[in-house]
Design a protein around this ligand. Structure first.
Ligand code: MN
Length: 344
């Protein structure tokens, strides 16, 4: 996935000072972003393009642990559209996590990986110092497409590593009364994903069974030193008595040793968590860096076809040129408390 906004904002994030003293329940609005390279929605054909909602980075909260980017796409019928058509584009300083609930996506990258991902599988791409990839709906594919793409910021110590790509056919599952949680990355309730990450975190898809929490408790264990957020996928669920609505990401703060889950007809949600990311960083377009000059350099190298980002073979969609950077110098910044606008 690529940030395909024509005028992407410079986004400072990170820092560890601005976390609530107590557990909380902070509502973060998603915002629609267009994701297409060739066909943008028109009055005549409003179904062109792929509907994507972005939940992080948000104004009031830039990151949750090392998680710095949260996109949810679909559910959408792509049978008479081009579907996902994201041509070759670069990344630096991050890992991308791709997970589908429905459909299929073909990933090709500059390390010569060519993989079709399907529901239940994980793509984990470590950009390190630089990689490029494309993500496209294959010609032969189901009608539906529904999934998430997440970015994990790499700690400073590990961000200049060689790029890597891992595909997992299946992942471990935490089973508790009323709960099944597939652990995509990190650790939850003693169950660890084999996917390699570089900070203490968790990403899991939690399925709450029908009637959970009515009678016997459905309790999901958490770590008090992690901050957490939950993103509804489908169904209806209450987290510690608070009903979730699909248009929001919910930030739960730190200091929780678990949450009670209740559901009448069953639900799925994404759980993200991690130790607060103690470093300041800046994000622009598809790059995660530490300062403005690094972004300028990465952008120039990509647009000059520099060897750092390699070459993607076999993709259908066009290579994406990095957009013009906005005026001004980006300064790294931390999370801001809820209800306040960032100073940038
Ligand atoms: Mn991407």
């Amino acid at each position: 996935m690529s940030d395909l906004q024509q005028r992407p904002a410079l986004t400072p994030c990170g820092g560890s000072n601005e976390h609530p003293e107590r557990e909380c329940f902070e509502v973060i609005d998603g915002r629609p972003v267009a994701l297409t390279t060739r066909l943008t929605p028109t009055k005549e054909n409003p179904r062109q393009g792929l509907p994507v909602e972005r939940f992080l980075p948000a104004k009031q909260r830039r990151m949750v642990g090392a998680w710095c980017f949260v996109d949810r796409f679909g559910p959408v019928d792509i049978s008479d559209t081009e579907g996902m058509m994201v041509g070759p584009h670069p990344h630096t300083g991050l890992q991308t996590v791709t997970w589908l609930f429905e459909g299929s996506v073909q990933h090709r990258d500059s390390l010569a990986n060519d993989v079709v991902i399907e529901p239940g599988q994980l793509n984990l791409m470590t950009a390190g110092q630089g990689i490029s990839h494309s993500e496209e709906s294959p010609t032969e594919r189901p009608a539906g497409l529904h999934g998430i793409q997440l970015w994990i910021a790499l700690p400073d110590h590990d961000r200049d590593q060689e790029p890597a790509f891992e595909h997992f056919e299946s992942l471990p599952c935490l089973k508790l009364p009323g709960i099944r949680a597939t652990v995509l990355v990190g650790e939850l309730g003693g169950v660890s994903s084999p996917a390699r990450v570089w900070s203490k975190l968790v990403g899991a898809v939690v399925t709450v069974t029908e009637g959970a929490g009515q009678g016997a408790n459905a309790w999901l264990p958490l770590r008090t030193r992690f901050e957490y957020a939950v993103l509804p996928i489908d169904g209806e669920v209450e987290v510690d008595g608070q009903p979730l609505s699909p248009e929001h990401l919910y930030y739960l703060g730190l200091h929780r040793d678990g949450v009670d889950l209740t559901s009448q007809r069953g639900a799925r949600f994404l759980l993200l968590g991690g130790e607060p990311f103690g470093e300041e960083l800046v994000m622009w377009w598809n790059f995660v860096a530490r300062n403005h000059d690094e972004i300028v350099t990465a952008r120039a190298l990509w647009n000059a076809h520099a060897p750092l980002f390699g070459r993607v073979s076999g993709s259908v969609a066009e290579r994406i040129t990095a957009p013009v950077m906005p005026a001004g110098v980006l300064r790294p910044q931390q999370n801001t408390p809820s209800g306040q606008s960032p100073a940038s």
